[in-house]
Design a protein around this ligand. Sequence first.
Ligand code: URA
Length: 427
Amino acid sequence: MAERFDAVDVIRAKRDHGELSTPEIDWLVDAYTRGYVADEQMSAWAMAVLLNGMSRREIRDLTLAMIASGERMSFASLGKPTVDKHSTGGVGDKITLPLVPLVASFGVAVPQLSGRGLGHTGGTLDKLESISGWRASLTADELFAQLRDVGGAICAAGPGLAPADKKLYALRDITGTVEAIPLIASSIMSKKIAEGTSALVLDVKFGSGAFMRDLDKARELARTMVDLGQDAGVATSALLTDMNAPLGRAIGNANEVRESVEVLAGGGPADIVELTVALAREMLRLVGQPDADVEEALRSGRAMDSWRSLIRAQDGDPDAPLPHPRETHTVTAPRSGVVSRQDALAFGVAAWRLGAGRARQQDPVLHAAGIDLHAKVGESVAEGDPLFTLSTDDPVRFERALDSLVGAWDIADAAPPRAGLVVERIG
Ligand code: URA
């Protein structure tokens, strides 16, 4: 069968700042998924998009074409609203763990299809797999039943959702084209829209540990994704949140689960509670519960009950001891003062080098590896106090982890000004 368009014409049009038609975009995505358009051609096109951008209409068409490349789920017959959250990824970002059971405890279904970590940002599934027996894969029927009976589910996205994105994302990863806002937005939103949620809150991060270093770029990404969601009939909003310092005190896998359970027990670090509560309020606002008392659900143990049900429903034992590291190394304060800076990227890279993350998709992670911060930015220390502890099973990893922390933190005479984590809401 003759092809409708020529790949080189489509690449040239984008290279020369042209706007592609809807049929051209539909064809490109379909022909690439079928293998007719070659990786070399799609790479050239992705680079042209990175350099020259896409119009709102083109981004919407690209997103719809990627959705059409796979299956589309629907939770309409559940009989309750569905709401999901997506974070663009950060260091110590375990918010999904307390957030999903917290929101589910309000009678809302939360289908959280998550990924594994690659590079310095950890993956939610890797963290939860620290829990003995816990299973990331659910069939569509199991997911549906869990949303009906338990309310929240955190599981791996099946291969059927937006397969065109899977292929294009892997290509972007090795061709320097990940950072294009139209491609990031369409990639994330094609999966979220195909997943069938009726509402979505995006946690778009800016700062050293985030994808987008500066606030303006993060705002542009958030606006683009919110428009895509709303155009597709999904109630969507975004919070722009600060990712310059690690979130919470734990960076890793098992230690992040431990910290999440502390939050569900009504305690935990103030920044994790702040962000969990802000995102939960926003999710519940989108599904018609603007006055939900989320703090009460944490205090009363209702969110914890919901967590325990979620873990058990996926064959995990919420009471099983979490893995402990074989080796630890603690760094102490060289002087008295106030911790004034902890660079999120450096701490993320250090945790990754300790084994908490993976370099290649197929690598395993060390569940007990990571970093625990004894003092966070703004907290006082005396000379000799422990600042942070590195953990791993394999002590040869300490040297490279410590290398990445050189110059990554400061102790000053006075605390830096305290700013809130959530700087803006878009939606
Ligand atoms: N996450 C995605 O799913 N896609 C991107 O392009 C970037 C982050």
